[in-house]
Design a protein around this ligand. Structure first.
Ligand code: LFR
Length: 497
């Protein structure tokens, strides 16, 4: 098997993949060896991640590398941010890995604001306000299950936990830790003032470790199961941190957009911006690789489109409860002539046709929390249109046009905010991630924002993950060199406004 290669395990809220990367004649080559659907399970009244599913798919994916002829030198794991597990002194899980879209944080803004004003918290942590930030999840846990916090010995985020399963080492990686709301934006260390104010026990939190660090070889039983013995290296374990690393930054100054379940729109800065205007615009300062900061905004993103697709196909995202009856929405939306499972191209086509037919899109505020985890995304969008006195979509095309136009306008507003915060305009939008394959969205983004869109690479997150492993192994001397190799190795499509 080929050994001069690296494996990126990239797990998003909707799907996970294992991608092997290696260098061939100076170009970076990728091979996807495993892909799976992620999902949540309902436990003890909450939507939770299925850790058994994640760990078994992780092992299966690593084993598939070998089956595909690779025995990667190192493995790096990235996932979505903010979510965590607690381990007791014997390393057993305490409680469930509650998922960030779960409703447990309802009411926690009020609890938190009574302790520390949100602008003060922002001055410390520089994190955009989102109901699911780890700090609000921990406040919810304090109220519902204080005994869990008492029984806990260690706080690990999801990728940290998977790394622990692979190596037995407990480390909390910096980029993902920066999504907790507990890390000081300036120092990059746990903010003890914030932790003390919110009575979050500092003892649970291992000191932060940085991307590029090695956690050593996988445990013998893991090596046995997968058929080789890689070392585990920390990439930017926050998927968005990895994705931003892979942005080729065509036509600067460029706005970056990592497009997946979320649309993460922003720029890369050398220092955090925690002042009042950034707070008001609700931009975040997330920690990036090698002391870079992602100054960005979360936009609801493809989640809305993924949810519509799942709903039309009668698939549930959360297993057990909240099941959506198959067929009901088909009829309601009068989707005709499909006769097969709805896939993304069908949804794009429906929007294209509605646009060509001159449909005027209804517009919703995609960043309204009502779209975070509605029982029915379709009904939620229709209700939002209705409440705003706009035509309620009656066909799939009208619905999709509404989502696309609303997303594109939200992008435009965020670009405008960025420009006014930075004091200068931007020349282009660089989109990476699965969403950059959506031609309708690319085109409308270019048109509505009035900027050229550069779309690609699609596997941005896995690439960014691999980039840090290659840097750690000395394949490239510095970040600039990897980025140049990425720009040269992957096709980027330009879409004119
Ligand atoms: C994207 C992402 C975002 C984060 C959200 C929740 O996958 O990591 O950056 O805000 O998921 O963790």
């Amino acid at each position: 098997a080929r050994t001069d290669c690296y494996a990126a395990v990239d797990i998003g809220a909707s799907s996970g993949r294992v991608v092997v990367g290696y260098l061939e004649e100076g170009l970076i080559r990728l091979q996807e060896v495993h892909r799976f659907d992620n999902r949540q399970v309902r436990r003890d009244g909450h939507d939770c991640w299925d850790l058994d599913l994640l760990s078994s798919e992780l092992l299966r994916g690593l084993a598939r590398c070998k089956e595909a002829g690779f025995a990667p030198k190192t493995v790096g794991i990235d996932t979505w941010g903010v979510d965590f597990v607690l381990l007791d002194a014997d390393d057993n899980l305490v409680g469930d890995a509650v998922a960030y879209r779960d409703g447990r944080t309802a009411g926690m803004y009020a609890v938190a604001d009574a302790i520390m004003a949100p602008e003060e918290l922002y001055r410390h942590c520089g994190l955009q306000r989102q109901p699911f930030n780890t700090i609000y999840q921990l406040l919810a846990l304090q109220r519902e299950h204080p005994e869990q916090l008492e029984a806990a010995d260690t706080f690990l985020m999801i990728p940290d936990y998977l790394n622990f399963l692979l190596t037995g080492q407990k480390a909390v990686e910096y980029t993902n830790a920066s999504t907790t709301g507990l890390l000081n934006a300036e120092t990059g260390a746990w903010d003890e003032t914030v932790m003390a104010a919110f009575a979050i026990p500092r003892r649970l939190f291992p000191n932060v470790t940085h991307a590029g660090a090695s956690l050593g070889p996988v445990l013998p039983e893991v090596a046995e199961a997968i058929g080789y013995e890689p070392r585990v290296v920390l990439p930017a374990t926050h998927d968005t941190g990895s994705a931003y690393l892979a942005v080729p930054a065509c036509e600067p100054p460029a706005v970056f957009l990592s497009s997946g379940t979320w649309s993460l729109l922003g720029v890369e800065n050398r220092s955090p911006i925690c002042a009042e205007p950034a707070y008001r615009a609700n931009f975040t300062n997330e920690g990036g690789y090698h002391f870079r900061y992602r100054f960005l905004k979360n936009i609801m993103g493809l989640w809305m489109i993924q949810s519509i697709r799942r709903e039309l196909n009668g698939i549930t995202y959360v297993v057990d409860e909240k099941a959506i009856r198959k067929g009901r929405l088909h009829q309601y939306m009068r989707v005709e002539g499909l006769g097969h499972e709805v896939d993304f191209p069908d949804l794009i086509k429906a929007a294209d046709e509605a646009e060509a037919a001159g449909v005027i899109a209804s517009i919703v505020n995609v960043n309204d929390d009502r779209f975070l985890a509605p029982d029915s995304m379709i009904e939620e969008i229709c209700a939002a249109c209705d409440e705003a006195g706009q035509p309620v979509p009656e066909t799939l095309g009208e619905l999709m046009l509404c989502v696309y136009e609303s997303l594109a306008r939200c992008y435009r507003d965020a670009v405008d905010e960025l420009a006014s915060l930075a004091g200068h305009g931007y020349a282009s939008i660089n989109i990476v991630g699965g969403g950059c394959r959506d031609d309708h969205l690319n085109r409308r983004t270019a048109q509505v924002c009035g900027l050229p869109v550069y779309a690609g690479p699609v596997e941005g997150t896995a690439l960014g993950n691999l980039a840090v492993q290659m840097l750690a192994d000395g394949v490239f001397p510095h970040l600039k060199a990897v980025r140049a190799a990425i720009a040269e190795s992957f096709e980027v499509t330009k879409v004119e406004p």
